[in-house]
Design a protein around this ligand. Sequence first.
Ligand code: ADP
Ligand code: ZN
Length: 723
Amino acid sequence: MYAEVIVDIAHSDVDKIFDYECGEGIEAGMRVAVPFGKGATTGFVMRVKGESEVPRERLRKILRAEDTPALTAESLLLAKKIAARYRVPLALTLRLFLPAEMRSGKVGERYRTVCRLAEGEPTLSARAKQQRALVEFLKDNKEADSALLREKFGGALKALLESGAVVAEKRRVFRDPYRGGESAQPPRVLTPAQRAAAETVRRSEKTVSLLHGVTGSGKTEVYLSLIADVLREGKTAIFLVPEISLTPQMLMQLRARFGSQAAILHSGLSAGERFDEWMRLRDGIARIAIGARSAVFAPVENVGIIVIDEEHDGSYSSESAPRYNTFDVALFRAQYNGCKLVLGSATPSVETYRRAKEGEFELIRLPDRINARPMPAIELVDMRREVRRGNATAFSAALREKLSACLSEGNQAILFLNRRGYSQTVICRDCGYCAKCENCDVALTYHSEEDCLKCHYCGARYRMLSVCPSCGGKHIGYVGTGTQRVVLELKKLYPSARVLRMDMDTTGGKEGHFRILRKFSDHEADILVGTQMVAKGHDFPSVTLVGILDADMSLHFPDFRSGERTFQLVTQVAGRSGRASAPGEVILQTYDPENYILRFAARYDYEGFYAHEIGMRAATNFPPFAKIVRVMVTGEEEKETVEALREVYETLRSLYAGSPEKFLFFNRMHAPIKRIQNKFRYQVLMRLAGGGGETLQKIYALCAEIKYKNVLIYVEENPGNLS
Ligand code: ADP
Ligand code: ZN
């Protein structure tokens, strides 16, 4: 027998099949150790066959193999597709399907030894008191851990094992990351609207359904009901959420409903826990895979449903190689398994909504909140007027008034803003000098707690300035407002209020987010101040006020999606207010109160927003009517990087010259941020008509051929971030 092996080295030079001789018992999907060059390496068996073209004397033998294949047939097929689509080595895409812990070999399976009595009455000498006690103990307990028995009865265990009176058995144990918190919750009775939504998904002839339900409309219960269905049929489920550390409530809900059938794949777990959760899925012990985008590669077979919650979220496109799109992978798996793919959002992405409206996806609406609770009213506050009135704080008079009322009624409030830190930037008021990072060419942010300047791109810290390094002036000032500064101002305004801050600086560590959210959920704080993280799907019943401090920030991002992002953000943050019996309110502060995006958001008018936005995109030829493609060229040596850029540009220019009608835009330039972490950044930016089609494939193929030792070259499609 012969095995076709891909070696686990992600380099294009070895990105091909190598044949090895193997014995019986080798199957496709197994990880194997093989001789390679002068040494050995690990690899994946892609196929087993009876013949090989390679001459016998050149064939080498597989050294070792795992007992069970780590990769399923579906995984192998999908890995090949992704490698072909994005022109990356197969070894790299195969890795997507394995927990990193498995490849490193640092974590293994954990066992314990369980002892019980052998059949028949044991014969024990009268003097062996400890042995008799142990036998009695096992009679009472049926079985016990060997460690416990050794501790309790000392050497007696060894003697009984040797005489055969007690038998030991090795058993697999799984490290359970979410022990406790399991209170076996019965399913809720679905509302008629929820029932109808679930029914439409089941009955639809379309593979993909889009559940467009306002915040608080009970989308989660619909997913859970569909998942329960497929479990009953003996199938498995994949449930994807944007950033799992931000959604502990969702996890608890799933664990409460499905117990240990649910496995959580989450980067915040310890290596051992993650490995075990993955193994439970691979072994079929757990049947629901829950996680962020990488869980779309979960090793479950016979998939009955895939859910992508908050489908509009930017975290669903990968920003490191291979730059796959989660939806595309999920769609492949749904088609392969013949199952449904359900997308859910209160603010679907423009592209998804268009596909649903055009009939490609089943469009299902949940237009009302559970129990007909009203959507919180959103009041637009003109901050220009506040400034004219001499209010230099981050809080408008309206927000202060509502905040006082909210606190005095014993309710909770969430304050959202886009920036972390004390204030955005530090400038010299005399000469306009702006403090920048030495590695990254971006403005630094002042952090008052540590009294230092930080770079939010590379994490570098700098001492706070007292004089301007450029002109020697002493008038150093701050521009903008960050989370830290808001917290300080709040403490002055409401000395007795308990304030929590949630942003990148406060959520370090494995349980960072979890701790903060739990504290707020237990009402150990009155006000939660935070960045995007507070906008996610949290369900805090006592929150009756949401303040959006700087709604404009994301509007002025140089990105075609900035309007869409702002609409989504405002809707999502506002959606945290008034979810239980007390009605909620939202104050939206802006310097641009006439802005149409904010106006649509304030009225919860998704349709109006969509109609406007899709019209703009069509008129200006932006996605989904075109595809933005960027080829990034980055390296530490500026000369080599520029050389690589020139080659990329010249190569692509001949493609462009061949069919200019397929390009709406074609140029090379510095990336907006010229340097990050000491790497120079250049780009060839293109806009392709339609979806890109063959031209896109050619761009991938051409770029894959260009190799420079110390320069990274990669292709991005409709990048979520054009900085
Ligand atoms: P969404 O994800 O659409 O924003 P959730 O799934 O968080 O909404 O549900 C909103 C709230 O309504 C939650 O507190 C949830 O427990 C509650 N809820 C959902 N479905 C029902 C139901 N059928 N009966 C009673 N309460 C429900
Ligand atoms: Zn930096």
